[in-house]
Design a binder for this molecule. Structure first.
Ligand code: SF4
Ligand code: MSK
Length: 626
């Protein structure tokens, strides 16, 4: 007999909590997705436009109705403009997150960042040197102030190109220069995309897409890379550490606080407050055995990477975590936070707190965090959470958590390899590891929760392909048990041997969504060591369950950096065959990599294995037929 909700999710905790949510009459993302059926076919194909009020317009894909919008834009132009705006929104989101961190770095440098510190002074100096910021005779605070100013320049348009693009292999930089897609300023490229897609500006679909590449690169090698580097400087560069996953990380006898969103600026402070003597004593006085801070989505991944904080779930689990009735407070910052959460929380005792001026939610209490008040505000909200413990009704925590290892920054991977990428390269050359794949991105109710991530990861590791992952994919693979060191038993013999020798699992957690840039840096290190371009490496990317505009941008900067990338859900481009052909074939001649779209993870695994073996062959390494 089928288990209830097994068509919605492969996760036992989600299946059991969906039953509980149904009993409690909680509406979830799956029901709302069902209620939207059938979704608009014009929009799914990218063929609708509402960029001006002569419209909205749509182009008939069957050739019977209108073939042009009121302004005369055809299917190619409309699809390209829509995709361009999607990339711009994704780049703006991650890069604005990066800017918030740069602001905190600047405040710390000028002595106003109460509670924030420089946790990785060595990285501060290393990145400062890349930016040409003088460090001799200066203390960490002066260097931080100088680096923050230099990074702010990257957001504007005073330079010819953004600074960290120099981390890419020389051949890749040259290719970007020749194509005219080297990003000039982070904000500039996003702003220019909005300009180009205004009615009557850029009406050449190829030129629009080329700017989409430049815009995405401004995020991948700009805003997101700054976000990751500054997070490491302020909060520490991750090192491997033990942690736990799934809704079983909630504690029946403790105050449970969940952090949700993306920016560690808030969650780091909440963690410190939750660990303070004062709050622990208060919790004890209220009959709780402690304060249990756990995460969902990427702000949770940030804390996991640096502190081993446990993760209760990924994107599609966020409502279900609340339906346990065991959460005293959920604090949110921004991105991927469903507006429905406050409604779900209102059915239980859970307090919902929004913390960012730029992300407000109906039904949530707003407690704004700024560098100068963050430490104090964190204590205030944690106190409220502890006081709310007395209001908890019956809690339903239906599963035990799964153990895992997280915290694989590029630095910690290189350390695990003994200080250089050479052992990894030797293992790839010898064929013990066939190649490496980054599995990234979200959940999407169009795909059974975690099925895409987990099935793909399983097929890859059993074929000796090392998997690195981030974001909600990383949570999915950890829930499935792939991040325990003994998960190496699930890998093929070559990967198993390497994992055993290094004491690492076959799937390495590299962090949050902005941390996809760690994968770019690792790929560059491998390419430089082999004296080839990234597009020559036996590597690939996959976003099996993506939903977000940010994921679209990540996909474009991966491909533009030379990484073949397989998407699960189809992006809204099928209204233009020209654009489908360019993205899935033509880009190979332009950037040496393409997209593929394959929702079935078994077939996606075959596509990726074929690609990896073809790259091995081209490098003169032993290759197999797939
Ligand atoms: Fe219609 Fe053109 Fe306006 Fe778009 S920009 S809504 S296609 S008139
Ligand atoms: S949180 S962008 S659902 S990975 Fe980064 Fe998850 Fe995707 Fe949000």
């Amino acid at each position: 007999m089928n288990k209830p909700f097994e068509n919605s999710t492969i996760c036992e905790d989600s299946q059991l909590l969906l039953q509980k949510a149904a009993r409690d009459q909680i509406e979830t993302v799956w029901e709302r997705h069902q209620a939207q059926q059938p979704q608009c076919g014009f929009c799914e194909m990218g063929l609708s436009c509402r960029n001006c009020v002569m419209g909205p317009c749509r182009v008939d894909p069957f050739g019977e109705g209108p073939q042009k919008g009121v302004c005369g834009a055809d299917a190619d132009i409309i699809v390209a403009r829509n995709l361009g705006r999607m990339i711009a929104a994704g780049a703006a989101s991650h890069s604005d997150h990066g800017r918030d961190l740069v602001d905190v770095l600047g405040e710390v440098g000028s002595g106003n960042g109460s509670g924030y510190q420089i946790r990785d002074p060595e990285k501060l100096k290393r990145v400062a040197a890349e930016y040409g910021v003088a460090t001799d005779g200066k203390d960490d605070f002066q260097i931080a102030a100088g680096l923050a100013d230099a990074m702010k320049e990257d957001y504007g348009c005073k330079q010819k190109s953004i600074t960290l693009i120099s981390r890419a292999p020389a051949k890749r930089q040259e290719l970007w220069n020749n194509l005219g897609v080297t990003p000039r300023g982070i904000d500039r490229e996003t702003s220019e995309m909005m300009h180009r897609t205004h009615m009557g500006v850029d009406n050449d679909w190829q030129s629009l897409l080329l700017h989409g590449v430049r815009n995405a690169l401004s995020d991948g090698w700009g805003g997101s890379m700054i976000a990751t580097e500054v997070s490491d400087i302020l909060f520490g560069t991750p090192t491997p550490r033990a942690t736990r996953f799934n809704v079983g990380v909630l504690a029946k006898d403790q105050v449970n606080i969940i952090v949700h969103g993306h920016n560690p600026v808030v969650s780091e402070m909440v963690l410190h407050a939750a660990q303070s003597e004062e709050m622990l004593k208060l919790a004890e006085s209220k009959g709780a055995k402690g304060i249990n801070l756990a995460g969902v989505c990427c702000t949770g991944n940030e804390l996991l990477m640096r502190h081993g904080v446990a993760m209760a779930g990924n994107h599609l689990s966020t409502e279900l975590v609340l339906s346990t009735g065991a959460v005293e407070m959920m604090l949110v910052d921004y991105q991927c936070i469903m507006p429905s959460l406050a409604t779900v929380a209102s059915c239980y005792h859970t307090k919902m707190i929004s913390t960012s001026d730029k992300a407000r939610f109906p039904g949530m209490e707003h407690q704004e965090f700024h560098p100068e008040n963050a430490a104090e505000t964190a204590m205030t909200v944690v106190r409220q959470a502890v006081e709310n413990f007395a209001n908890r009704g019956e809690a339903f925590i239906p599963v035990d958590s799964v153990d895992a290892l997280g915290g694989f920054s590029v630095e910690s991977i290189v350390n695990a390899l003994g200080g250089s990428p050479d052992p990894l390269i030797d293992a790839i050359k010898a064929g013990k590891i066939r190649g490496a794949v980054g599995i990234v991105g979200c959940n999407n109710p169009k795909i059974k929760q975690d099925h895409g991530h987990v099935s793909l990861a399983q097929r890859l590791i059993e074929n000796d392909i090392l998997v690195v992952d981030t974001g909600c994919a990383a949570v999915a693979n950890a829930k499935a048990g792939f991040k325990m060191t003994d998960a190496a038993e699930l890998a093929g013999p070559g990967l198993q041997e390497i994992c055993g020798a290094l004491g690492v699992p076959p799937v390495l957690h590299m962090g949050s969504c902005v941390d996809n840039v760690r994968i770019l840096v690792l790929a560059s290190a491998l390419a430089n060591a082999l004296n080839v371009d990234i597009s020559d490496l036996p590597i690939a990317g996959a976003a099996p369950e993506w939903y977000s505009e940010k994921a679209a941008t990540i996909g474009v900067y991966f491909v533009a950096s030379g990484v073949f990338t397989v998407l699960g859900p189809m992006p809204p481009i099928t209204g233009s065959l020209n654009i489908v052909n360019l993205l899935t074939e033509g880009l190979n001649d332009v950037v040496g990599a393409t997209f593929a779209v394959e929702p079935d993870p078994e077939k996606a695994a075959i596509l990726i294995r074929r690609h990896i073996e073809s790259k091995r062959k081209a490098l003169g390494l032993p290759a197999e037929d797939v």
